[in-house]
Design a protein around this ligand. Structure first.
Ligand SMILES: Nc1ncnc2c1ncn2[C@@H]1O[C@H](COP(=O)(O)OP(=O)(O)OP(=O)(O)O)[C@@H](O)[C@H]1O
Length: 563
């Protein structure tokens, strides 16, 4: 991750933004939670009344029936309200995570594959899945609970004051201590959680990279070293996890201690009050009903605060994950035009030229890869980019694709900004998803028929292989292209271009690393594209591909010149 980790205030602002967008879900959760709280109070009221009437007033069982019915109704109502509360909280969290994933998705789209390629796949996957999921507890539990831990205790406090103001004062005095201690402990938890997310991101990235490079590591005898590094990182992760847990347990212990002391004090007061040992204030008026109700309500008074403390780590977790997500979202990314934006603005125009006007790009200030390059490429042209390794061929292709934006100058692809209209792309790396050949071709052209897929596979010379496989176009291919030779994998990627049928096709070293036979087949496939009138721009060092091109451009020392 290249952007610095944002400060806590920015993270809180970002979380508030997400809250604002889903306020109605949170409000619904709070209303349901308040109703559950009221049902609890009513339930305790019925219980105290039943005991009072049964024990003190010696009321016959038949006289208690309406109270028992009331008690059962209150219990059922409470359960229903809690069910609704859980449901609304889950919906809220779902919406928030959907919004956060949308923001990340938009950012990834804007960044493009070149910039995104600087981060490991493991880190990106964690960002998308775990960091966003870490927001769940904050929105589903902590936020509603924060409001509920004010409302419900307040309702109980009012009732206790009405029943016995002295007991009310005991509760009132003990309540504020809890949030104060929790806040103190929570401050430490936030920092720890942030470190926790940083470490797990790094660990995931390194682990995935090491697994991917296992063969290379083995060949160079470096597996031991790699294992040691992973072990060290895992140990670091273990230590930070235990530290986080320690803080979480500490906050719970603090809360439990104060709650228990406060309840014990009230119990002693009520016990002595009922026995007639206290003659001060409202104590002589205590009845079994009021005393028992206060005793039953005392734990319920602390319960919302206890629940809040249990969820306090949700907040710390969300702040930690939020900081990582926000760091990603604040990364500068090239302002690449989206297709939708271009067509909505009505700016989609058509010309017959690809035009570069004084285009410059430097990855490092002291070294321009392209320096004020101006160039016209006509529609239907076949252009080979040559030049020394590191000359800037791939960079030029990335600019034409819109994966990178120039530092200065402008690029127009048939009248539109790069990336505004779809194009065919074959990069140096291959990209497959776990599935069938057809899945991989439908990835870039959803909805194409089996016949079109089969035809494309035959054009790229995969016909004999297709015939030899029982499953045909539904033969399996793994993420790494296992089950196919290097040449076959490259041709399978090339088949996407035939299925998609776009006017502009950009290829980065399409025959690199291929044997003669595969090279011949790819060349033949490209020739077929030229016959169809496509505009082909490709980088190559291979003579046969150079021979296919109508135009040769040498990319060297920041310049692009015709040969
Ligand atoms: N993402 C990047 N960040 C920093 N520097 C980069 C990046 N991509 C390319 N470069 C640098 O830009 C220069 C041009 O690289 P580019 O990949 O375009 O060369 P090329 O002509 O395609 O080379 P080759 O023929 O070896 O593929 C190189 O010096 C390279 O190190």
């Amino acid at each position: 991750m290249t952007a610095p980790v944002p400060d806590q205030r920015s993270v809180r602002r970002w979380l508030s933004g997400l809250t604002r967008g889903n306020r109605h879900w949170i409000q619904g959760t709070v209303v349901a939670g308040t109703l559950a709280g009221v049902a609890t109070i009513v339930q305790m009221g019925f219980l105290a009344k039943i005991v009072h009437l049964g024990v003190v007033e010696k009321e016959p069982a038949s006289g208690l029936v309406p109270l028992f019915i009331g008690l059962i109704v209150a219990v059922i109502f409470r359960a229903l309200a809690q069910g609704v509360q859980t449901h609304l909280a889950a919906r809220c969290s779902e919406q928030v995570r959907h919004t956060a994933r949308n923001q990340i998705h938009q950012h990834w789209r804007k960044s493009g594959p070149v910039i995104l390629g600087q981060d490991s796949a493991g880190s990106l996957a964690r960002e998308w899945i775990d960091h966003v999921d870490a927001l769940h507890g904050y929105f589903a539990r902590f936020l509603p609970q924060m409001v509920l831990s004010l409302i419900v205790p307040l309702l109980i406090l009012i009732l206790v004051f009405y029943l016995d103001w002295l007991a009310g004062i005991f509760l009132l005095l003990s309540a504020p201590l809890i949030p104060i201690f929790m806040a103190l402990v929570g401050m430490g938890a936030e920092k720890l959680n942030q470190q926790h997310f940083e470490i797990i991101s790094r660990l995931s990235g390194q682990f995935l990279d090491k697994v991917r490079g296992l063969t290379t590591l083995q060949l160079f005898g470096q597996t031991e070293n790699a294992a040691t590094v992973i072990q060290q990182r895992s140990d670091q992760y273990r230590r930070i996890t235990l530290k986080t847990l320690r803080v979480a347990f500490l906050s719970s212990a603090v809360l439990e201690f104060f709650a228990s002391v406060a309840i014990a004090v009230i119990a002693i007061y009520i016990g002595f009050g009922l026995l007639g040992y206290i003659s001060y204030g409202p104590s002589p008026d205590l009845t079994l009903f009021s005393g028992l109700l206060i005793l039953l309500l005392a734990p319920e008074f602390f319960q919302p605060l206890r629940t809040l403390s249990q969820h306090y780590h949700d907040r710390a977790e969300a702040l930690g994950a939020g900081a990582e997500i926000l760091a990603r979202l604040s990364e500068e990314s090239p302002r690449r035009p989206t297709r939708a934006a271009c067509s909505q603005n009505g700016t989609q125009r058509t010309t017959n030229t690809i035009k570069l006007d004084a285009v410059s790009l430097a990855f490092r200030p002291e070294h321009s890869v392209l320096n004020k390059v101006s160039l016209d490429i006509a529609k239907g042209d076949i252009v080979a980019l040559t030049g020394p390794s590191g000359g800037g061929k791939s960079t030029l292709l990335h600019l034409l694709a819109g994966f990178l934006v120039p530092d200065s100058g402008s690029i127009r692809i048939f009248g539109n900004p790069p990336g505004a209209a779809p194009f065919g792309w074959l990069g140096q790396g291959r990209f497959f998803v776990q599935g069938t050949w057809a899945d991989n071709l439908r990835l870039t052209s959803p909805g194409v028929s089996d016949a079109v897929i089969e035809q494309a596979l035959r054009i790229v010379g995969l016909g004999p292989l297709l015939d030899s496989r029982n499953e045909g176009i539904y033969s399996k291919v793994s993420e790494g292209g296992q089950g196919l030779s290097g040449g076959q994998a490259r041709r399978l990627s090339l088949a996407r271009i035939f299925v998609a049928d776009y006017d502009l096709i950009l290829l980065d070293e399409p025959t690199a690393g291929l044997d003669r036979e595969s090279e011949r087949i790819v060349l033949e496939a490209l020739r077929e594209l030229t016959r169809r009138g496509k505009t082909l721009i490709y980088s190559t060092h291979h003579q046969s591909l150079l021979a296919l091109a109508k135009r040769h451009l040498v990319v060297r020392d920041g310049e692009v010149n015709d040969v």
